[in-house]
Ligand binder design. Structure first.
Ligand SMILES: [Zn+2]
Length: 463
């Protein structure tokens, strides 16, 4: 008998952790950090729900922290199995996980300074040595090739088109019936015609589907990211100040640089300095160059990431001094900094300095979870609390939906178009209205049997 247990990303857009038990094997699909509101983040301190040492393996769909960021904690709790990932995901993991350890340390130090932790002293969720121990367990393997994370469970990756290295996972699990039980874990599904990334590959038929639903209750406006970016950038230049782009350091930042350089090379936007203000984003550029074959360059006249990133207009700020140097710039220019939801990172210093200036444009280029500063700004806040101060918001706030790395409802529908109805489709990785929206959409438009699982809920998968 096979069993599927949802240990995270149920009712929230983070903490992806799905446990499959079949044929005596136990495999965790993704091992993400909970992010967003405090109540959600507190879940990171709870044990997994099954003993970490009892897991055979973790299969990662991609490197984003909400899918990989709990791995060091899992290792700290006794996990010693293999961590399986595509080569590009394996290459990105050190950047993301060491950065996450640094954030954990900073959070703990901040809590100690302000004395609000339940623990005295406050401790980080994990440390660099836990990251090093987790990275020792990583085994990269290419897409399209079957691998066996545990006896009785076979998997293979297909391109999910969501970020460098991303893959949805086709699983065959030993069953009591003749022939295996087939399950597909979508991970995060990318978008069609997204610049730099391939379209998501069509999913194979399956008995059970675990599908993301980040944008399950809406459709993105059907515009091209390059056109929207051109309009917003030219408007920002007209306003006369800096355009601050809050972005994930890995994936979105490189895509933005690529597109901005494409626009500048085509004369659609004037040549302007672009600062990539993040050591992690700078390191990620190198990983993107190593995996050029993964990318789809058909969008642009530029031959690839390397050309876009080697331009003298693209400046990377690795050190804090280099970052502070950007403050001296008065006039049009573009700063790309993390974090993507404005919950931390260097973007905060730029926001604190530039938000009161009406010449500034803030570009929001990704999903903004409830309770984040990014969401607050989008909701029209006139002040924003940063580093303990209320900062007046006079800047223009713009959003480009097209930059979302996630398929919307219509695109998930397109992705699943050729798939015969699974017995059950589980909708995960969505806030409750989005997960319900996707469930209703598939039920009404396709007649599929859908379930929105709760955290901790387990399902017997009949063979
Ligand atoms: Zn993702």
């Amino acid at each position: 008998m096979a069993r599927l247990t949802f240990l995270g990303a149920a009712g929230v857009v983070s903490g992806s952790r799905h446990l499959l038990e079949a044929g005596g094997g136990r495999v965790l699909f993704d091992c993400g950090l909970f992010q967003g509101e405090k109540l959600v983040r507190l879940r990171n301190w709870r044990p997994l729900g099954v003993p970490a040492a009892a897991l055979d393996a973790v299969v990662l769909t991609h490197a984003h922290i909400d899918h990989s960021g709990w791995l060091p904690r899992l290792v700290r709790e006794g996990f010693r199995g293999r961590i399986l990932a595509t080569p590009a995901t394996a290459d990105l993991l050190p950047l993301l996980l060491y950065d996450s350890a640094k954030c954990q340390a900073e959070d703990a130090a901040f809590a100690n300074r302000h004395g609000y932790s339940r623990h005295q002293p406050a401790l980080p969720l994990y440390e660099e040595r836990d990251v090093a121990a987790a990275l020792e367990l990583v085994q990269p393997g290419p897409r399209g090739v079957w691998f066996e994370p545990a006896a009785g469970i076979r998997c293979r990756y297909h391109d999910a088109g969501h970020m460098l290295g991303s893959g949805f996972v086709e699983v065959e699990a030993e069953a009591e019936r003749p022939g295996p039980l087939r399950i597909v874990f979508s991970g995060d599904v990318g978008r069609y015609d997204a610049p730099l990334y391939n379209d998501p590959a069509p999913p194979p038929p399956c008995d059970y589907l675990v599908c993301e639903s980040t944008y399950g209750d809406r459709d993105h406006t059907p515009t091209r990211p390059l056109d929207e970016l051109e309009a917003v950038t030219n408007e920002a230049i007209g306003r006369g100040g800096l355009m601050l782009v809050a972005s994930f350091a890995v994936g979105r930042a490189q895509q933005l640089v690529y597109l901005l350089r494409t626009l500048m090379a085509a004369g659609r936007v004037p040549e302007l300095p672009i600062w990539v203000d993040s050591p992690m984003a700078a390191d990620a550029l190198a990983v993107f160059r190593r995996h050029q074959g993964e990318h789809d360059f058909s969008e642009a006249k530029l031959a690839g990431v390397a050309e876009a990133l080697a331009s003298p207009f693209v400046r990377t700020a690795r050190t804090a001094e280099e970052s502070k140097g950007i403050n001296a710039h008065d006039g049009p220019g573009i700063v790309i900094a993390s974090s993507g939801m404005m919950n931390g990172g260097r973007i905060l210093h730029h926001l604190a300095r530039r938000l009161p200036d009406e010449r500034t444009t803030v570009l929001v280029a990704g999903f903004q979870a409830k309770g984040t500063r990014g969401r607050t700004l989008l909701e029209g806040a006139t002040t924003l609390r940063i580093h303990g101060r209320d900062i007046a918001v006079r800047a223009a706030v713009r959003q480009i939906d097209a930059f979302s790395g996630h398929a919307d409802r219509r695109e998930i529908g397109r992705w699943l178009a050729g798939m015969p109805a699974p017995r059950t489709t589980f909708l995960v990785h969505g806030e409750p209205p989005a997960a319900r929206g996707m469930a209703e959409y598939l039920a009404t438009s396709r007649g599929w049997h859908t379930v929105v699982p709760a955290i901790g809920q387990a399902f017997e998968l009949s063979g």
